[in-house]
Design a protein around this ligand. Structure first.
Ligand code: GLS
Length: 824
């Protein structure tokens, strides 16, 4: 089935022009020829040809934004999980088909060429990928926006599996150059660190603070053009790379300290070297605080520079022109940094500066896990950012005196709780509190999560500022997560509802009326089948495991974490295996359980779970007694480009976190959009997915948020479930044997231990029975092809709400108050 051109501006480039441009770039930009060119050179030449179109639009966008001088959003995020850009840019420029034909003429296949591109893995998981979807939507909706982040030399580690265990290898995504980024030496910034603060007399006779830095670091910006769908607006993602600044380098060098100067150079460059491979705990490292300050300070300087170009030193328009979104607490230090710049460098008084800051900043909370709310020791802050600590003390003192004391007179307990400073043996700066105090809006990322942010995480703040707390449910871009990754389903939807759906995903609801139409069902399921057949080949190539597209493809793809409960999936597969062994007549449709997941390198239990999945896979996949009814596949190195292959082929989407722990999830949206049926708890956005698709089209199981709270309050005892369910007991006891690790008994015992002696903090055993029943339901549904097709179609057709364009429009309406800026 051929894909049609979608709405959006046709760039008037035909096949022959594009072909000529690619060949020209092959010769003049890549310095090679059609005869000699490697696939990498062809890919880069194609990107260069596409960039001619991108740069044209970029320049026009920047000129329009400058001329119209409209309010803009600055999205500060320590992570942007961009994945690959070639196919995305081609689709958004309406050039995909043309490019496919141009390359075919040259004897090349566009899909193969896209495989040349390394993923830009500058993020860990959902939080980073959300930022990438959001900047796509901002450009698509023609909003002036800049994404700011860190130009990590190494993205998230590359995962290899050796004898079932995760091995981390460095990810060198730009080792051989990346054609999508542009270095901008003209916008280099210099960032101070360390040193001391001096109080001096200012020009007006008053006292003034001067920060004498102990060291300066250079921030070099790399711009990645972000092409909106339709190609009208091209915004930028600006990523900062750290370099040694001449400030210290030459002094030391001239004094003969070459080795020292080299060491300092290396230290400076370390700042943007690696992404911390953990998004839900506080790495507690000086380097991490410096990383955060580095990119925030560079970005604030950049924002200032652009503001001053239009408004000079008149800051009266600053808050009207500038909105800054803090993507989680990682960029919190931007708040005291803007205060410092406004007060110390621009000479504003405290109140004016605070009023600006307060109106400029907003904060998104992405998790309730207490370990994720960053805290830095006061001592560390004082050493690295001495002036910022003073600013924070001042913000805190005013907040406690002017707001907390009048509201709760004499209540020291509340003061201690709301204070930015946590008292104790090691005094700490609470970044979450600073974010809430310094932002005009605070949002959670799904209805239930925002409710819990208000009621459980920040209840007193919500009493102080009820209007500050709001919700914006996450979303995903349908351009990458349907149009580009599932071309056949896209074409089917074009035929069914017209080709405007990539900009109006709600349109797909019209398809619900065809959910019982046998012809439509046949087409829909045939596409799913072909996507599965493609994945069968990928699985074989990546793991050597043979699976059949006849089976149910049951997919759990996400970071490995106990709260996400891959261990629940694991023990359920073990239970199924046991049922098949003990009862050869056990009725079930063949099932392939597919996992994709990275564990933080220091997270021992998570790595043990990966090992257990792989050991289980070895055993199950090679056991002829079960006649191929069960297969287990662990796909190594889960990343965006792999997700694009797994998602269109999934029948079942595993969203099984303990209720109250997954803030939203976004994989759940992508999978349902591509026709997978969710088996899930009432957690995060699953609740809203079930509302949209209808609860009867999802397999909901387990304790809900209130039940989790009640059980925990009552005193949860996992042994009750262990002794109360003989199957569960038998499965857990298996971990003590060498059944899955021949000759090495007890290698998997840590998992059992965590679920029993460890107290099972994520209530895995409590939800086991209900999960197992939900899986029986899935099996029954699947064995009725018409019933299954109906559910799959309805799931896909009703995901309109989870378009990231809708999320962005919610941010615009509820928080940012932007107006569109149409670029011709
Ligand atoms: C996360 C949450 O864990 C996810 O539930 C959420 O979908 C995502 C984006 O809002 O943010 N928080 C986090 O620290 N990492 C995430 O993926």
């Amino acid at each position: 089935m051929a894909t049609k051109k979608h709405t959006g501006q046709d760039l008037q480039l035909d096949k022959d022009q594009l072909k000529a441009s690619i060949v020209r770039h092959l010769r003049s930009t890549l310095g090679t020829s059609e005869q000699k060119a490697s696939p990498d050179a062809w890919w880069k030449a194609t990107a260069a040809a596409v960039n001619e179109q991108v740069y044209e639009r970029l320049t026009r966008t920047q000129q329009t934004h400058f001329k119209k001088d409209t309010r803009a959003i600055h999205y500060l995020s320590a992570e942007f999980l961009m994945g690959r850009l070639t196919s995305n840019n081609l689709h958004n420029l309406s050039l995909y088909k043309v490019c496919e034909e141009a390359l075919a003429d040259l004897g090349l296949d566009l899909t193969d060429l896209c495989e040349q591109e390394p993923d830009m893995a500058l993020g860990n998981g959902g939080l980073g990928r959300l930022a990438a979807c959001f900047i796509d939507s901002l450009a698509t909706l023609n909003y002036p926006a800049v994404g700011y982040g860190i130009h990590y030399e190494h993205g998230l580690f590359r995962q290899e599996i050796q004898d079932g265990r995760q091995i981390e290898r460095p990810d060198s995504w730009r080792e051989y150059g990346n054609p999508w980024e542009i270095c901008r030496p003209e916008s280099v910034q210099e960032i101070p660190l360390y040193g001391y603060v001096e109080t001096v007399f200012g020009d007006n006779g008053g006292l003034k603070k001067v920060w004498h830095a102990g060291r300066k670091i250079k921030g070099v910006p790399w711009d990645i053009p972000v092409v909106g769908f339709g190609g009208h607006t091209v915004n930028i993602l600006r990523l900062w790379e750290s370099r040694a600044s001449e400030f210290f380098d030459w002094d030391v060098f001239n004094a003969g300290g070459y080795v020292n100067s080299q060491a300092e150079k290396a230290q400076a460059e370390t700042i943007s070297k690696v992404l911390y491979p953990n998004d839900e705990t506080d790495a507690g490292k000086e380097l991490r605080l410096i990383q955060q300050y580095f990119f925030c300070a560079c970005s604030i300087k950049d924002i200032m520079r652009r503001y001053k170009r239009a408004h000079g030193n008149d800051f009266s328009q600053f808050a009207a022109q500038i909105a800054i979104q803090l993507n989680d607490t990682h960029p919190t230090v931007a708040i005291p940094e803007l205060m410092r710049v406004l007060v110390d460098e621009e000479g504003l008084n405290w109140d004016s500066a605070w009023s600006i800051c307060y109106h400029v900043f907003s904060y998104t909370n992405h998790t309730l896990l207490p370990e994720a709310l960053e805290k830095w020791s006061v001592h560390l802050f004082e050493k690295v950012l001495p002036r910022h600590l003073e600013v924070i003390y001042e913000i805190n003192a005013r907040f406690l005196d002017e707001l907390v004391e009048p509201k709760w007179p004499g209540n020291d307990a509340i003061k201690a709780k709301l204070s930015i400073i946590e008292e104790g043996a090691v005094r700490k700066v609470r970044m979450g509190n600073l974010c809430v105090i310094g932002s005009s809006k605070v949002n959670g990322v799904a209805e239930i999560h925002s409710k819990l942010v208000k009621e459980d995480l920040f209840p007193e703040f919500a009493q102080l500022w009820p209007e500050k707390m709001c919700n914006v449910t996450n979303g995903v871009t349908p351009r990458r997560w349907l149009l580009a990754c599932n071309p056949e389903l896209s074409a089917l939807y074009d035929d069914a509802v017209g080709n405007t759906w990539p900009l109006a995903l709600d349109k797909l609801r019209e398809v619900v009326k065809s959910a019982d139409d046998p012809q439509f069902q046949q087409k829909f399921m045939a596409i799913k089948r072909r996507n599965k057949e493609k994945l069968v080949k990928v699985i074989k190539a990546e793991t050597g495991i043979e699976v059949s597209a006849e089976a149910i493809f049951d997919v759990q793809i996400k970071r490995l974490h106990e709260y996400k409960r891959q261990q629940l999936n694991l023990i359920h597969i073990m239970a199924l295996y046991r049922r098949l062994l003990t009862n050869p007549d056990y009725q079930m449709h063949p099932r392939v359980f597919i996992f994709g997941s990275k564990a933080a390198p220091g997270y021992k239990l998570a790595k043990d779970i990966i090992y257990a999945i792989n050991k289980l896979a070895d055993r199950v996949n090679n056991d002829t007694r079960i006649q191929g009814k069960l297969k287990v596949v662990f796909m190594p190195n889960y990343r965006v480009s792999l997700a694009e292959k797994l998602i269109p082929a999934a029948d079942v989407s595993e969203q099984i976190s303990t209720a109250g722990y997954e803030a939203s999830g976004t994989g759940n949206m992508k999978l349902a959009l591509n026709g997978a049926v969710t088996i899930g708890t009432l957690d995060g956005a699953n609740i809203e997915i079930a509302e949209e698709a209808g609860a009867e089209n999802c397999a909901i199981f387990g304790l809900n948020v209130d039940e989790v709270k009640t059980l925990k309050a009552r005193g949860y005892n996992p042994y009750d479930f262990y002794y109360g369910n003989s199957e569960l007991k038998a499965v857990l006891d298996w971990f003590d044997t060498d059944y899955f690790t021949p000759g090495r008994p007890g290698e998997l015992a840590a998992i059992k231990h965590s679920l029993l002696e460890g107290g099972d903090p994520y209530l895995t055993l409590a939800d086991f029975h209900s999960y197992s029943e939900a899986h029986k339901l899935i099996d029954t549904w699947y064995r009725d092809p018409a019933l299954w097709a109906r559910k799959a179609i309805i799931n896909s057709a009703t995901m309109g709400k989870f378009n990231s364009d809708r999320s962005i429009q919610d941010y615009v309406d509820r928080i940012w108050k932007l107006t569109n800026c149409n670029v011709g």
